[in-house]
Design a protein around this ligand. Structure first.
Ligand SMILES: C[S@@+](CC[C@H](N)C(=O)[O-])C[C@H]1O[C@@H](n2cnc3c(N)ncnc32)[C@H](O)[C@@H]1O
Length: 387
């Protein structure tokens, strides 16, 4: 789930209320969009017509990354004037804090640190690093995105993570709201420890509807890591089989250094806590507004779900990384030195700092998983802030 500007009509907290078993879900805003259906909807209708109901992961894949999909565009609608804001692209202060950490990483490594950002979006954070005044920055500066949006020449565009050899990078592998943009399956508790899935079907009038079915793939049970019965009858778990393999690939690239993952999410037990997230976490963003019906406005809005940080943590440790902390954005930025130089900053940047650090906003809600390979992390970060 994304952040919206504080003056946006729907704040994230309003999204969470309908997840509560104590509050009724509002009716889906069925008539929100009056423009003709984009072609991505027609393709999905044809696909469902041919194959029958499809998984929500397939639907989300097409709505975000298919032709005409939300993320398939050259310029993303991220920012104050766009659909939502993200911390790393909201203010240059974020890139400056990353640059300070990279400079310290370079000192610990004994040479300039490499930096690879996966899921760079419009490249704002990478550009901020390229323009950084930190003297030792960085070794290689690389960006890899599923949709290769243009980056300035100083930054290497990596077409696929497969093109980066394993065990090659010494520095930092970084992502911001990458994993919450991966397609998810909508799993539903059926009682007696059994799990089913919500598929997407089409009604006679062409509108998309949910259809309850058995699991489309028995391996989806692995997302619970053997803990059966985690979903109550009727409870929804929005989970992606893509989280672990992508994180594994990122971990494999790192010979020495930090793997830093900023995203909306929780440890698994909290993610699947029926008391507060009975209806899952899937949310839709458009023009700084958020709602819960992904079956409308297809291709015109962002779709996103909170991630399972336990899965990432376990995967990193299985790849030989050590977990430093699962912390919050405010703590991460503080330990990275965001306050250095803030006294001289103008009012605009000070206000941006307040938004980045706000414990009731993205400063508290964005979690940061920090894992390290083969380095003393206390040489790089003030770890006392991370706890
Ligand atoms: C929510 S946007 C975040 C963009 C940017 N990090 C920011 O904070 O503004 C998610 C980005 O992840 C990219 N993405 C999704 N799946 C990916 C994958 N498997 N590998 C690389 N990039 C991916 C999308 O194309 C999109 O640019």
């Amino acid at each position: 789930m994304k952040s919206v500007v504080p003056w946006g009509a729907s704040l994230r907290t309003q999204v969470l209320i309908p997840s509560s078993p104590y509050a009724p879900r509002p009716p889906g805003p069925k008539c929100l969009y009056t423009s003709p259906m984009p072609s991505v909807s027609d393709r999905l209708r044809a696909m469902i017509g041919d194959q029958g109901p499809i998984t929500f992961a397939r639907f989300m894949e097409e709505a975000l990354y298919g032709e005409g999909g939300y993320y398939s565009r050259e310029t993303l609608n991220i920012g104050v004037e766009g659909d939502f804001i993200t911390g790393s692209s909201y203010s240059p202060l974020f890139a400056r804090a990353t640059a300070r950490t990279l400079a310290r990483l370079g000192d610990a490594l004994g040479h300039p640190a490499d930096f690879l950002e996966v899921g760079y979006g419009n490249g704002t954070h990478l550009r901020g690093l390229a323009e950084s005044s930190e003297p030792t920055l960085p070794g290689r500066l690389m960006g890899c995105d599923r949709v290769q949006r243009p980056l300035p020449g100083r930054i290497e565009t990596v077409a696929s993570l497969d093109n980066v050899k394993s065990d090659q990078l010494e520095g930092m592998v970084f992502s911001y709201e990458l994993f919450d943009a991966l397609p998810i399956h909508r799993l539903i508790g059926l009682g007696a420890g059994k799990v089913g899935e919500l598929l997407v079907a089409v009604e006679a009038d062409g509108s998309f509807v949910w259809k309850e079915a058995g699991l489309s793939d028995p391996d989806l049970e692995d997302l619970f890591a053997g803990q059966q019965g985690l979903l109550e009858p009727g409870q929804i778990g929005d989970l992606s089989p893509g989280w672990r393999p992508l994180y594994r690939q990122m971990a494999e690239k790192l010979r020495r250094g930090l793997l830093v993952t900023c995203d909306y999410g929780f440890p698994r037990r909290q993610l699947l806590d029926r008391r507060v997230r009975f209806n899952g976490t899937l949310a839709c963003y458009r023009r700084q507004r958020v709602h819960r019906n992904p079956l409308i406005g297809v291709g015109e809005q962002d779709l996103t779900a909170h991630i399972d940080f336990t899965a990432l943590m376990e995967e990193g440790e299985a790849q030989g990384l050590e977990t430093v902390a699962l912390t919050r954005q405010a703590a991460w930025l503080t330990s990275s030195g965001i306050f250095e130089g803030l006294a001289e900053a103008d009012q605009k940047e000070r206000l941006e700092a307040i938004t980045l650090l706000d414990p009731a906003g993205m400063g508290g809600e964005i979690r940061v998983l920090v894992q390290v390979r083969d380095l003393d992390v206390d040489e790089i970060l003030d770890t006392s802030y991370l706890l």
